[in-house]
Write a protein that binds this ligand. Structure first.
Ligand code: PHE
Length: 507
């Protein structure tokens, strides 16, 4: 078996994994979900989901990833195959774990390109001039129009989309060490510095009125716990922000050397991500909006979608500050760096699929993967509703389902003893076995019940549609799944041939 590439250093590995997890989810998605579902009322299910599901699944994906990497697999197609003697059905099932990150990437990267575009527009003084008005609607209006013009999409938007795609392509072509790891080593410290800086500005804005925003998020209360939608959204956010339930963490873990302490790495990944979410993410967008507008409009602003907050409300706030163009530039650079280190992680599973399962060379694997990303990004840019449809199916529903599947397969089918043996290898942090018995029962039950209540309550409204653009998006998702299934079955022959060959060589 050929030597698998690995991360260059421990620090590099942790920063790469943190870069994977820290993204638009932390700085944009989290504050808008929190605002939408009542601040402190959202945070209770959020923390419950973090402990019962997020942390255990994070550790599971690291352990499984290291195990699979040792056997030459990184993508979920290969990983699930590995557990069932490379049976076709298992490989096909695993393909869902390659489809999800790529489908997410197809719209994520388009949004990433807006952040780059808006960073440049801020730097060159091309953002609209602020209207000072305590009425949020009036103050935000110029930026709403500006954003609508930009995402029509304008030529400018298209230019930055191409640039963003090229940047991702270039870094991925450089590979794990010289591409992804180096980007994270530069990006992560910058994200923290920019984030802390903006957090301080927003909380202290308007004579510390921003502080009210932080209080709103941390006014913990139980008023949300009877609403299944709040639970689904909170659990969905945990999955999304920690990059769980789709093999995006496992693929990075497959590039560690076999002796790496993956428990430590998993805990660090979660800690850094949660710092950037519940400390930095909580201190920017919502406090800024509280500082400038009356608090009654906040849920209303959040209602209009995750992106409104980032691309319309925030520039309206920042541009009204002294040196507004600079603060706005830092805001969009923060978003861009966070998004970039995540989009790399969203594409890597497909690259690993081609490299490990099809045995293609690196350049070919990267190029073919990028072609899919490019096609998907064009759909996102030119077909209305495409982004939201993908975000719902891949970014929420399939994630929960696949997360459930991961726990069942990795703990129940792999077997608690095998899992525990794998878990306790090369680590100083010994988690008690009882903990995993609890996880094995509680986490699946938790995910299953939120899915159940939510399907009962909302599914019908969501599934039935006559909107043609939504149907196009769903067909696209289906076709992509079929394509990946074909690859999963076809590549099986290559893997089986390799296994036979290794056996013969051993004799
Ligand atoms: N965790 C990233 C974020 O918070 C999104 C992501 C999901 C990245 C899955 C990689 C894999 O934005």
């Amino acid at each position: 078996m050929q030597q698998r590439v690995s991360w260059n250093s421990k620090l590099g590995l942790i920063l790469a994994a943190a870069g994977n997890a820290v993204g638009l989810g932390n700085i944009l998605r989290f504050p808008s979900k929190a605002a939408l579902y009542g601040g402190g009322a959202f945070m209770v299910p959020y923390f419950v989901a973090l402990v019962l599901m997020g942390l255990p699944l994070m550790i599971i994906e690291w352990v499984i990833g290291r195990y699979a990497g040792r056997h030459g697999h990184g993508s979920m197609t290969g990983i699930l195959g590995l557990f069932f003697n490379h049976a076709s059905w298992a490989r096909v099932l695993g393909s869902i774990g390659v489809a999800i990150p790529l489908l997410i990437c197809m719209y994520y990267i388009y949004i990433e390109s807006w952040t780059l575009g808006f960073a440049f527009l801020s730097l060159f003084g091309k953002m609209p001039t602020p209207v000072i008005n305590s009425d949020a609607h009036e103050a935000v209006k110029p930026y709403v129009n500006f954003f609508k013009e930009y995402t029509k999409p304008s030529i400018m938007a298209y230019f930055f989309l191409v640039l963003t795609l090229l940047i991702n392509w270039f870094i991925l072509q450089k590979g794990i060490r010289r591409g992804i790891e180096i980007t994270a080593k530069i990006g992560m410290p910058a994200i923290i510095v920019f984030g802390v800086f903006l957090g301080i500005i927003c909380i202290s804005a308007n004579n510390w009125k921003g502080f009210e925003g932080l209080k709103f998020i941390y006014n913990l209360n139980f008023s949300g716990i009877t609403n299944p939608v709040v639970w689904v959204e909170a659990a969905g956010q945990i999955f999304f922000t920690l990059s769980l339930g789709m093999g995006a963490i496992a693929v990075y873990a497959s590039y560690v050397n076999p002796k790496e302490d993956v428990i430590k790495a998993g805990i660090w990944t979660a800690l850094i991500n949660e710092f950037v979410e519940v400390v930095i993410g909580a201190s920017i967008a919502i406090p800024a909006a509280f500082a400038m507008f009356s608090s009654v409009v906040i849920p209303e602003l959040a209602q209009e979608g995750t992106f409104r907050l980032g691309f319309m409300t925030m520039p309206a706030v920042f541009m009204s500050f002294p040196l507004g163009w600079l603060i706005s530039f830092i805001w969009f650079m923060l978003l861009f760096l966070a998004a970039l280190t995540s989009s790399l992680a969203l594409i890597q599973p497909l690259i690993a699929l081609f490299e490990d399962e099809m045995k293609w060379g690196h350049t070919k694997s990267v190029s073919v993967s990028m072609i899919f990303v490019i096609i998907g990004a064009h759909f996102s840019a030119f077909i209305p509703n495409f982004i939201d449809e993908l975000d719902f199916w891949a970014g929420c529903f399939m994630l929960l389902l696949f997360g459930l599947l991961e726990i069942i397969i990795f703990i129940w089918i792999f077997g608690m003893n095998n899992f525990y043996k794998e878990l306790t290898q090369n680590t100083k942090i010994i988690l008690p076995k009882a903990f995993f018995y609890v996880v094995a029962v509680v986490s699946p039950f938790f995910i299953f019940s939120i899915l159940y209540f939510w399907v009962v309550k909302d599914f019908k409204n969501i599934v039935f549609t006559e909107e043609p653009t939504k149907i196009v998006a769903r067909l696209f998702i289906l076709l992509f799944l079929v394509f990946l299934s074909i690859i999963a079955v076809k590549s099986r022959k290559i893997i089986m041939r390799d296994i036979r060959y290794t056996k013969v060589m051993k004799k």
